[in-house]
Design a protein around this ligand. Structure first.
Ligand SMILES: Nc1ncnc2c1ncn2[C@@H]1O[C@H](COP(=O)(O)OP(=O)(O)OP(=O)(O)O)[C@@H](O)[C@H]1O
Ligand SMILES: [Mg+2]
Length: 281
């Protein structure tokens, strides 16, 4: 679905995105992770043909992005980082207007509103919507013309846990319907749960690209932390794979003296720190 070869882009004379290459297969959820200002939204804008002054080759759905025509957007749905609705219009009016821009028959508006629990607020002006309501409305706007590629820029940002769950389930549903999905997020749990592969972006480059599972397993094994009381409280760590040779742990288990024990795997943030020396958050 996407082939990027040796992409460079900058807003100024200073290099920003340099020498990026990657591909995204059809049906994949592909995540971009990186700290604020890393260039995730910029990269998404290149991929949707909004920023065309790039070097290298960016082919999306068979089209070199620089050379996109109006037809290109019939197959691409974008949920921008910031709300792109007309605030003075109602949700329903906005959706009607945006669906009129496409040649394709739109998906039924009522159904989309119901999917995100906005059916009772459809006739409210968008200016009277809360942040989370706007986020949900923005998401269904991207689905209106049933595109094959969805670009979602922080779709769960500002959502409460229940709405975030609704959104993630809808993203998985769209994947099940065969869509390719580009997802930018600061939320590592969301990335680990949703993405088939993620690209870590820092310093204008992709510094790692793999499945969340492989990235997590590539560095630092899971560790076990346990606590016990012996002249005060103590705690110790042991790599999970060496647990059977930790004599103290074996003794504490045999004597039934453990106060607590838990295992923890590194998170994507830990891996990002390992690779770049920076945190994702
Ligand atoms: N239109 C623009 N003109 C000039 N510079 C810009 C423009 N848009 C973004 N930038 C700059 O490019 C850099 C990357 O911005 P971008 O929005 O791509 O970051 P991001 O990784 O999406 O960050 P965040 O996680 O905060 O959304 C920032 O330094 C930003 O100021
Ligand atoms: Mg951004």
């Amino acid at each position: 679905m996407i082939q990027v070869r040796n992409l460079s882009f900058s807003y100024t004379k200073q290099p920003f995105i340099t020498g990026m290459s990657f591909s995204v297969s059809s049906g994949e959820i592909f995540g971009f992770l990186g700290p604020s200002g890393a260039g995730k939204s910029t990269l998404q804008k290149v991929l949707i043909g909004m920023l065309t002054a790039y070097q290298g080759s960016v082919v999306v759905n068979g089209v070199e992005c620089k050379k996109r025509t109006r037809r290109f957007y019939e197959d691409i749905g974008v949920d921008f980082e910031f709300s792109t609705m007309y605030e003075k219009l109602t949700a329903r009016e906005n959706l009607r207007f945006f669906s009129s821009l496409y040649e394709k028959e739109p998906r039924p508006i009522e159904e989309l509103l119901e999917m995100v629990g906005l059916e009772h607020d459809a006739d409210k002006r968008v200016s009277d919507y809360s942040k989370g309501m706007k986020a949900r409305l923005n998401f269904i706007k991207a689905l209106l013309h049933d595109p094959v590629l969805l670009c979602l820029d922080e779709p769960t940002s500002g959502l409460d846990p229940a709405n975030s769950r609704v959104m993630k389930n809808m993203i998985l549903k769209e994947k099940a319907r065969g869509k390719t999905i580009l997802l930018t997020t600061h939320n590592m749990q969301d990335a680990a749960e949703l993405c088939d592969r993620v690209a870590f972006i820092a310093g204008g480059k992709i510094c790692a690209l793999d499945s969340p599972h492989n990235l997590i397993m590539s560095k630092g094994a899971a560790t076990v932390t346990y606590t016990w009381v012996e002249d005060g409280e103590h705690s110790a760590n042991c790599p999970l794979k060496h647990i059977s040779s930790d004599e103290r742990l074996k003794r504490l288990i045999a004597e039934n003296r453990l106060q607590s024990i838990h295992s923890s795997e590194p998170t994507l943030n830990d891996i990002f720190m390992d690779i770049t020396g920076r945190t994702l958050l």
